[in-house]
Design a protein around this ligand. Structure first.
Ligand SMILES: Cc1cc2nc3c(=O)[nH]c(=O)nc-3n(C[C@H](O)[C@H](O)[C@H](O)COP(=O)(O)O)c2cc1C
Ligand SMILES: [Mn+2]
Length: 524
């Protein structure tokens, strides 16, 4: 059963013994991070499982009684619960079923397809006239400082909203995007809008710039200004006065939604796919949307807190540093500024947040879910892929281990290039390709075989391209090199004619014989 909203989900966590309520007073500045970090790393002995329980802090200093929820996705079990499955691969199977749809032959096959077609109807969001996110509507006298927003780490530039579902509209198609982009609180009514340049909302912003520029000048000067701000935003200095295409872009932010929607905001869905549909697919129930008060956007009706506002197309401000999921602080940079025009919320809102830092942390479990769910979609373009592992310490963009069914010379390199061309997988700094007989989930097996099988000079491939904005080692921000390791067995057709040794494996007969006498050996 889908969860209606955040509190329905919190109740389910509570019933399942997956929630710890903390009544002692805690400080949203640094202290909640230290507690959540210890819990993520296994400090909660009573709980037993990796990731600890979700934490609901009920007495947060200076929070006007607003509780703080953190670590809601922070374990394999909670990630499965959030998406209503026993195993994450169930979702992959549902996607596979959808993708395998073929024209039915005969009435029986048509009948069999009906439930799937009915399922399709659940993907589409449903417009409703009002919802609990409207219990309190503040068009003036609102303040971002009213909420218990965390300062996560000592050298952070300030307090950051870390789990916001940022909603924007594509000016070309009208389609809406939901992306999770952190927001640094600047003051009561403004915050940073940290959509990195390769993300979908950043493209909406650029499209608005292009339009503003096209309208603002016949001489083409406006167009140059737009190109200039595009080149600089998220990677350079402020604009000179006078070169600014005027205008604004509307943005709405939902904080504290049902877990499928929150999760869908981090899913690297193709730009043309609305995350509201992704959430509808995941929860198998439509997302209910309600119109905003001051902007032409829709937000989840049951959200705990909604921020409405806009970013000026001509305004950038220094954002960061911020203790990031790389385990290091991401450097400060220029990003758009979000201006709040209205805040609506429940009468007793719950503030949902997360922290990122050295793995393993809450976001690691979310990333693993993305890895499982995206496997069938990767296979759609790269059918040779057997399995993929993004180890959490590889922080999702540094290391991808992928096994393939190798069928022709150079196949491993084709797979690498395909992955670097696949949406956000473009950021992958190192791709390791192995043959299908290597279990990519077994790091020991991977290390043994990869480093036995490679001739580094021959098998390592470098390429240049976009890199993650969080990469602090690349030669330039957002641009640098990537590496692929072809650790598949090389073929004569690839110029390798030396004999290849057999892997050491005991024969089945001997193994069975030892199984039989194992107990009698007295060495167990
Ligand atoms: C906790 C968390 C925080 C994130 N913060 C940011 C961020 O500040 N900026 C960003 O561009 N991506 C951030 N991401 C990653 C994006 O949410 C992710 O790339 C998502 O696919 C973007 O959506 P989009 O494809 O619709 O742009 C974050 C992810 C998580 C889990
Ligand atoms: Mn998107």
């Amino acid at each position: 059963m889908a969860y209606d909203d955040l509190r329905d989900w919190i109740d389910a966590l509570d019933r399942a013994g997956e929630l710890a309520r903390i009544r002692a007073e805690v400080d949203p500045v640094l202290e909640i991070t230290e507690i959540a970090d210890r819990v993520s790393k296994g400090a909660c002995k009573k709980y037993g499982r990796p990731g600890g329980p979700a934490l609901l802090f009920e007495n947060v200093k200076g929070a006007n009684g607003i509780p703080v929820l953190i670590n809601q996705f922070g374990s394999a079990r909670r990630m499965q619960m959030a998406l209503n499955v026993e195993r994450l691969d169930e979702i992959a199977e549902r996607i596979r079923l959808l993708l395998n749809m073929k024209s039915p032959e005969g009435i029986l096959e048509k009948l069999k397809m009906l439930p799937m077609l009915a399922d399709l109807g659940k993907f589409f969001p449903k417009a409703v006239s009002t919802g609990s996110c409207k219990q309190v509507i503040r068009k003036k006298d609102f303040s971002l400082l009213d909420f218990p927003v965390l300062q996560c780490w000592p050298l952070d530039a300030g307090r950051f909203i870390t789990l916001p579902c940022v909603i924007t509209r594509d000016p070309r198609t009208g389609k809406r995007n939901v992306g999770m982009y952190r927001m640094q609180i600047f003051d009561a009514t403004t915050a940073g809008m940290h959509w990195q340049r390769q993300k979908v909302a950043a493209e909406h912003y650029r499209e608005m710039l292009r339009r503003g520029a096209a309208g603002s000048s016949e001489s083409g000067a406006g167009k140059h200004a737009a190109v200039d701000i595009m080149a600089r935003s998220g990677g350079g200095s402020m604009l000179a006065p006078g070169e600014r295409p005027a205008g604004k872009m509307e943005v709405a932010v939902a904080i504290g939604t049902d877990p499928a929607l929150t999760f869908s905001a981090i899913v690297p869905a193709p730009p043309e796919v609305e995350e509201f549909m992704v959430a509808g697919f995941l929860r198998q129930k439509p997302v209910e949307l309600v119109k905003c008060e001051t902007v032409d956007l829709e937000v989840p009706a049951g959200a705990e807190i909604v921020l409405e506002g806009y970013v000026n197309l001509d305004e950038l401000r220094t954002e960061g540093p911020f203790g990031d999921h790389t385990g290091f602080y991401s450097l400060e940079d220029e990003y758009p500024v979000f201006h709040v025009t209205c805040i609506t919320h429940r009468k007793d809102p719950i503030y949902a947040t997360t922290i990122v830092g050295k793995p393993p942390m809450e976001d690691g479990w979310m990333g693993k879910a993305v890895e499982r769910i995206f496997l069938p979609l990767m296979k759609l373009t790269l059918p040779e892929i057997v399995d993929v592992n993004l180890p959490v310490e590889g922080i999702f963009h540094n290391l991808m281990i992928v096994s393939i069914r190798k069928s022709y010379p150079g196949h491993a390199r084709k797979a690498m290039n395909g992955i670097w061309a696949l949406g956000q997988a473009m950021f992958t700094k190192c791709i390791v390709v192995v043959d299908e007989d290597v279990d990519v989930q077994d790091i020991g097996d991977v290390v043994l075989k990869v480093f036995n099988h490679i001739d580094p000079e021959r098998d390592i491939q470098f390429t240049l391209g976009p890199v993650d904005s969080l990469d602090h080692a690349s030669r330039l921000p957002n641009f640098g090199s990537k590496m692929g390791i072809d650790a598949t067995r090389k073929w004569p057709a690839e110029g390798f004619t030396r004999p290849w040794p057999d892997e050491i494996l005991m024969d089945e007969k001997t193994k069975a014989a030892v199984d039989m006498k194992w107990k009698d050996l007295g060495i167990e």
